[in-house]
Design a protein around this ligand. Sequence first.
Ligand code: IYR
Length: 221
Amino acid sequence: MKKYPMIPLQFKRRPVHDMEKTARTFAEELSKRRTVREFSKDEVPLSVIKNCLKAAGSAPSGANMQPWHFVVVGDPEIKRKIRQAAEEEEREFYAHRAPGEWLRALAPLGTDEHKPFLEEAPYLIVIFERRYGVNEKGERIKHYYTSESVGIATGMLISALHVSGLATLTHTPSPMNFLNDILGRPANERPYLILVAGYPADGTKVPDIKRKKLDEIASLL
Ligand code: IYR
C-alpha cells in the first residue's frame, strides 16, 4: 500500500489567556447541555444539522476508515414507522426483557415505553456503525475500533448540535435492527443510536442530576 503524501499541518499556537478563556467557556457551555425528552415540533434549519454532521465526520477513526453513516430522518411517515417499531421493542423491554437492576437504575429518570419524541422532534439522526467495508469485488475490508470511532464522532455531533443551539436525546431502543429495514441500510452497518434533535418543548423540565467533580473523574499524576 502507498503512503499518503504529507502536507503541512494547519495549526496556530494561541496566546495562553486565549486558550484558557476558550477552554473555560467551552466547558461552561457544554455543562449546560442536557438530554431532553420533550421536543417542540418547530422546524430547525437543516443547514445547521448538515454542518454538525460535517463536524462529526471530522472525528478520528481507526485506520481512517471513517466507519459511520448518518441518516437524517425528517419525513413524518418514516418517523412514524421508527416510533412504532421502537415502542414495540420498548414495551417488551420494560415489561419482560430488562432485568430488575436495570429498571431500578432507570426509575429515577422516569422513562417508559412511550416515545412520542420520535415523531414530534423535527429530525432523527440515525447513526450507523459500519462494522466492515465492502470493496467493488464484494470482498470485506476490515475496519478497526469501530465502536470507539463512532462513539467519538457521536460525541462531536452532540457537542456541535448543542453549541449550535439544538437539544438532543440519545435514544437506544434495544434491539434496534429494525432501523436497517426501515432505512434500507446494508448488513455491514449496525444501528448505533438514534440522536433525536430539535428545540426543547416550551417549559421542558429536566431531572436535577449532578455531574461528578473534576477530581472524581480525573487524576493528575
Ligand atoms: N432504551 C430504553 C431504556 C433506557 C436505557 C438507558 I441505559 C437509559 O439511560 C434510558 C433509557 C428507553 O429509551 O426508554
